[in-house]
Design a binder for this molecule. Structure first.
Ligand SMILES: NC(=O)c1ccc[n+]([C@@H]2O[C@H](COP(=O)([O-])OP(=O)(O)OC[C@H]3O[C@@H](n4cnc5c(N)ncnc54)[C@H](O)[C@@H]3O)[C@@H](O)[C@H]2O)c1
Length: 250
């Protein structure tokens, strides 16, 4: 198994892509802390993973709150556990153009999509240092690579910050044997897209822009995260890996 004896913390793992990553990691032998703000769905996800024979625990975490990160890491270390892998996956989107975006909504998306990964990295790095290394995977988007015409500028700005935060962390903490990479999906059919997909024209637009002619399966994104998180990627750090069916290739 590719993650045997590893412990991972995955944020935003109650549903969607994060849940698929949690399933994939536990199938590969990892113990996974399934962290999310949505306690009910987190509990259901953990129950599902355990029923399938996986090892996982539910933790309530609002990624924007530093005290939540501190409490969580103290609790996990008290339990005698540690982290080999952090996946900063929690995220939201905003579809309004800048000209219609209230400042409070800008602050909210930046808090979840950008402050969240910053806080995770800030508090997990000391733990990984004590362990002699680790792997961090940040969930960005194609919107962290290009100025995608169908997405809100605030989402693009927040994911662009994740892309370069990843490279900065990779360079800074390489000496501690901590790797940091980002994954950049194009559209996948999850809760974050449900409002948009009520409009069949907008849904089709998202498919038509992808050279492979379909959306990403959550398993395809989870497999890329698995590779970067695992020791198979032991010489890979600072990489921005598109999982986008070719969307950013043209
Ligand atoms: N689905 C796509 O098309 C797509 C494409 C590119 C990138 N992404 C990125 O993938 C990640 C996962 O998205 P998804 O598609 O699974 O969406 P989703 O809405 O299904 O899941 C997001 C999860 O994040 C959690 N979350 C939100 N705010 C939080 C907070 N403050 N603290 C902790 N958890 C919080 C939610 O409760 C939810 O469980 C996001 O970062 C998103 O931007 C998604």
């Amino acid at each position: 198994m590719r993650l045997e004896y590893k412990t991972a913390l995955i944020t935003g793992a109650a549903q969607g892509i994060g849940k698929e990553i949690a399933r994939t990691f536990t199938r590969e032998g990892a113990f996974v802390y399934v962290a999310d703000i949505n306690e009910k769905l987190t509990g259901e996800t953990v129950a599902e993973i355990q029923a399938a024979g996986g090892k996982a625990a539910a933790v309530k975490l609002n990624v924007t709150q530093e005290k939540d990160w501190v409490t969580l890491i103290e609790k996990i270390e008290k339990e005698g556990n540690t982290f080999d892998i952090l996946v900063n996956n929690a995220g939201i989107t905003k579809r309004q153009p800048f000209t219609e975006l209230p400042v409070e909504e800008w602050d909210q998306i930046m808090a979840i999509n950008t402050r969240g990964p910053f806080l995770g990295i800030k508090h997990v790095i000391p733990v990984m240092r004590r362990n002699g290394g680790g792997s961090i995977v940040n969930m960005s988007s194609i919107c962290g690579l290009v100025g995608h015409k169908f997405s809100g500028e605030s989402y693009i700005a927040s994911k662009g910050a994740v892309t370069l935060m990843t490279k900065a962390v990779a360079v800074k903490y390489a000496k501690d044997q901590i790797r940091c990479n980002s994954v950049h999906p194009s559209t996948a059919d999850t809760a974050i897209m449900r409002d948009l997909f009520k409009d069949p024209v907008k849904r089709q637009e998202r498919i038509d822009e992808i050279p492979l002619g379909r959306m990403a399966k959550t398993t395809e994104i989870a497999n890329a995260v698995l590779f970067l998180a695992s020791d198979e990627a032991s010489f890979i750090t600072g990489v921005a890996l598109p999982v986008d069916g070719g969307l950013t290739a043209y």
